[in-house]
Design a protein. Structure first.
Lengths: 421, 474
């Protein structure tokens, strides 16, 4: 058979192209392995010493004894010298690294009196007003600087975090991250904002990024907002509760919950002025930071046409408590939606509200299994009056009620025992 | 026309079919590779410097139940459960189902985790054999153990679904090792897309790797050929075979060893199908099908970086049974859901991904086997130009090699699990050897699997475990 479209020459050409592609791919694979080896090598030799000294830098306690102590611990550091102006100077003499093709520029890099790699001949004097910590970091390639800031930023707070931020300011990293937040590429904006979030910085760009067109950037901006609970930020954050992207809504809810009671006033105002789907997400936040201030909005929202909102209103009322709340919950026990009834029953149980025992007993025969189960749990939770009602219900003519009452009395689980008995 | 001429015509026609099939399969593969490369790149951009601890510490993170069916797992169960309890995720519940084990799996669990018998009120949402006993741990209150009669993996998973309280459920095998941050990564699609009903994570063979205290501490390429070739297969299958589908009609398979579902979607579907031996694929297809039919969410996402590690067979006998079962199950699922095929009301699933599974995954071994059988006949008749046949074989082999090496490249560039040149060299060697013998064996096993389905024979078979390699320190 002689194929019409592919004579031997054509097929031969295809075979050659394939062989070339395979060889190219293999070369890439092994070059990448070599790159990784070198990167790990550089990281070990460059980053490890600085990482060891960072806690002292952040505490402002970088002195000769710290450097000397660390020098003994670090295998990759071949030599330490002390700067002529009394500033600590770190000299890592490592000719192997100098020859590494991965660090053609940083190998030659010299900042102040700090020379990371190369030889002692390259040692130069630093300007005296250059803080030693900054010198230490500037000597690192930028990708290592960022790695270091991200690593440390996530595990420190307070004064240390402020020091880290000023170090980032001195090294120019903050300015460069803020500039990148205006990039046309979403991933640059995202990555820069992530660095700014870790450093609790970015006041000039964070607010505008809450309105970014990319949902990932908006979500990141919501995360950034946690440490910036200024009025204009929280207002914008609340507006994002109606965001069409679920990821954004998740981070907005999370940030508002982390802000805590600071946002209560604004949430009350928000609940009073909104009525759409966004109210659901706002209510989830309210349940997490229950406050008596939410009582009026909750009483109003328990009549909302959307059952999901009524469910959350019942949860909120259950976490607020008080006479008005329990009266409202008793009304919700008769709601047409089963989930609302089940949540109201659960909330009354959580409040140990025994006067509702007879109503809860009636719900043991509800057509919905979840309502029956929650009524059973609630009766267990209200204590002796509830147990009595459950015992009586075991003889109920309604088989569903009798069965659930029996199950509730037999119910035993070590995790919920304290809660319900 | 003489019969020889007629036979000649048929054979030539067959070769044209093979050529056309070759083009179709390779076009699918090329598309998948491009899609996977794009998806992996986007994923790496999205996840760079991401604060995953945020989800860990969030009170609005979805609750999650891990479902762990265990049958005669006394050798590994304690280590596995301990590793699961140590996973980084808030609101995590672990539901272990002792599926009528004949060994001391249950007593080991009772003793080690101080299990106490409990009587929770729960609903039989999906069909499962009744529980003999329910236990909760005093030391780890988020550990729930169900003891029930043996009913198979699907039944055990259904029993766990009935008891699970999480919004999401993650089904794993009792011997799967999940990376510490794996769950947080796998949760992400559910946060990102409200329409996501299931998400799958990458599975890698653990053979050859060093495991300490339920964690893979050093990733090494296996030195045994059978396991080594399976590493390549898994990388190729998961990285571009599944990630690639994210943008081309969605996945139809989520590995039973590490897959996450919205509990309500799985309950609406009726749980895992007990009569299907490929219950993981059936669950995904079923959930998606229901989504299309009822206008519910149905998106399934694959995430390349969460990794679950599992032991793969190192004997041809066990491997053969496994592949037999997989193809048997694939045939079963395609037959059960044949209504989806080329049905536009099932969107891209009906028009792209389901046809792929039929034409490429299911039909592939038959075409390949026929090609291999007919080629000598054609050569005998002189119906094939010999240099052309050789070159065609080289091109086909080279193309397969490019796909495998591209997957390796994608994997190493994105996740660089194997950092040493020795490991990569080993993997390249296994890639090159895959075509000689191993591939033909899998063709045979897969055809046998389909044949067994039509004969009504389906069985799980037993996996022989060699255990994890541990370093001297462990």
């Amino acid at each position: 058979m002689t194929p019409p479209f592919a004579d031997l020459a054509l097929l031969w050409l295809i075979a050659e192209i394939l062989v070339a592609t395979i060889l190219g791919a293999l070369t890439l694979l092994f070059l990448h392995a070599y790159y990784l080896d070198q990167e790990a090598n550089s990281s070990r030799k460059l980053l490890t010493p600085v990482r060891r000294l960072m806690p002292a830098v952040l505490e402002g306690a970088l002195n000769k004894s710290v450097v000397d102590t660390e020098a003994n611990m670090l295998g990759s550091v071949r030599d330490f010298t002390w700067g002529s102006d009394g500033e600590p100077a770190l000299v890592i003499v490592d000719e192997d690294l100098h020859s590494s093709f991965l660090l053609p520029f940083s190998a030659e890099r010299k900042v102040g009196d700090l020379v990371l790699i190369g030889s002692k001949q390259k040692l130069v004097t630093a300007p005296s007003d250059f803080p030693s910590g900054t010198k230490l970091l500037l000597a690192l390639p930028k990708r290592f600087q960022i790695a270091l800031f991200i690593d440390f930023g996530r595990s420190i707070s307070g004064e240390e975090k402020r020091n880290l931020r000023s170090l980032a300011e001195n090294t120019g990293l903050l300015a460069s991250a803020e500039a990148s937040c205006k990039s046309r590429w979403w991933w640059r904006r995202l990555h820069s904002l992530r660095l700014l979030t870790v450093l609790c910085a970015g006041e000039t760009v964070g607010l505008s990024l809450l309105s970014d067109k990319n949902p990932l950037v908006r979500a990141q901006a919501a995360e950034w907002a946690t440490d910036h609970p200024e009025p204009e930020v929280t207002s914008r954050l609340l507006e994002l509760l109606g965001d069409p992207e679920s990821l954004c809504r998740f981070y907005v809810e999370d940030s508002l919950l982390r802000m805590g009671t600071i946002v209560v006033d604004r949430l009350v105002e928000y609940l009073n002025t909104h009525s759409g789907r966004e109210v659901e997400d706002a209510l989830k936040v309210c349940v997490g930071v229950p406050s008596p201030q939410f009582l009026d909005p909750a009483l109003s929202l328990m009549k909302h046409e959307n059952p999901a909102v009524r469910v959350l209103a019942a949860k909120l009322l259950g976490s607020i408590g008080g006479d008005q709340a329990v009266e409202a919950l008793r009304k919700l026990l008769k709601d047409i939606n089963a989930e609302v009834r089940a949540t109201a029953a659960s909330a009354l149980g959580r409040l140990h509200y025994w006067p509702a025992s007879s109503e809860l007993a009636g719900m043991l025969g509800d057509s919905d299994w979840h309502v029956r189960r929650n009524a059973g749990y609630a009766l267990r939770a209200v204590g002796p009056p509830g147990i009595l009602v459950l015992r009586q219900s075991m003889n109920s003519k309604n088989e569903l009620a009798a069965e659930m009452a029996r199950a509730a009395l037999e119910f035993y689980d070590i995790t919920t025992k304290d809660e319900f008995t | 026309m003489s019969w020889i001429e007629q036979a000649y015509g048929v054979l030539i026609g067959w070769e044209w079919i093979v050529l056309g099939y070759f083009l179709l399969v390779n076009s699918y593969m090329a598309l998948l590779l491009i899609s996977a490369a794009w998806e992996t790149w986007q994923n790496s951009l999205r996840s760079r410097w991401e604060a995953r601890w945020r989800v860990q510490g969030s009170s609005v993170a979805p609750t999650l139940s891990m479902l762990v069916p265990a049958y005669n797992e006394s050798a590994t169960i304690l280590q596995s459960v301990q590793a699961l309890l140590a996973l980084y995720y808030p609101n995590l519940e672990v539901v272990v189902v002792n599926d009528g084990s004949k060994d001391n799996t249950l007593s080991l669990l009772i003793e080690r985790f101080e299990l106490v018998r409990i009587n929770p009120i729960y609903q039989q949402s999906v069909p499962a054999k009744p529980a003999r006993g329910l236990y909760r741990s005093r030391t780890h209150p988020n550990l729930l153990v169900v003891d029930k009669e043996n009913g198979g993996r699907s039944d055990a998973l259904n029993a766990a679904i009935n008891l699970a309280t999480g919004e999401l459920v993650c089904a794993i095998d009792a011997d799967t090792i999940i990376e510490p941050e794996g769950l947080e990564r796998l949760i992400r699609p559910f946060l990102t897309g409200g329409d996501v009903v299931a998400a799958g994570g990458t599975i890698r063979p653990v053979n050859g790797c060093i495991v300490q205290r339920g964690r893979v501490v050093s990733v090494r390429a296996p030195t045994r050929a059978l396991a080594g070739i399976q590493v390549i297969e898994y990388i190729r299958a998961f990285l571009f075979g599944r990630v690639g589908w994210n943008r081309l009609g969605g996945n139809l398979i989520i590995s039973g060893a590490f897959g996450m579902f919205r509990r309500d979607a799985l309950v609406a579907k009726g749980g895992y199908e007990k009569t299907c031996i490929c219950e993981d694929m059936e669950a995904v297809v079923g959930v998606r099908r229901l989504g299309y039919e009822q206008g519910r969410p149905q998106r399934v996402v694959y995430i390349p970086d969460p990794v679950g590690w599992t032991e793969v067979p190192e004997s041809t006998r066990v491997l053969g049974k496994q592949r037999d079962r997989w193809h048997n199950g694939l045939t079963d699922v395609i037959w059960r859901h044949r209504r989806i095929l080329f049905n536009p009301s099932y969107g891209a699933m009906g028009m792209v991904s389901f046809p792929y599974f039929l034409l490429v995954e299911w039909l592939g071994p038959f075409i390949e086997a026929l090609g291999l059988l007919i080629l000598p006949i054609l050569l005998l008749f002189g119906a094939v130009n010999v240099p052309f046949a050789i070159l065609f074989f080289l091109v086909a082999y080279g193309y397969g090699l490019i796909l495998s090496i591209s997957s390796l490249l994608l994997e190493e560039f994105s996740f660089h699990r194997h950092e040493t040149i020795r490991d990569r060299a080993l993997l390249v060697i296994w890639t090159m050897l895959e075509t000689f013998g191993y591939r033909q064996l899998t063709v045979y096993w897969r055809i046998r699997g389909a044949w067994n389905f039509f004969r009504g024979r389906s069985e799980w078979g037993a996996m022989e475990r060699r255990g994890f390699a541990t370093s001297p320190a462990s």
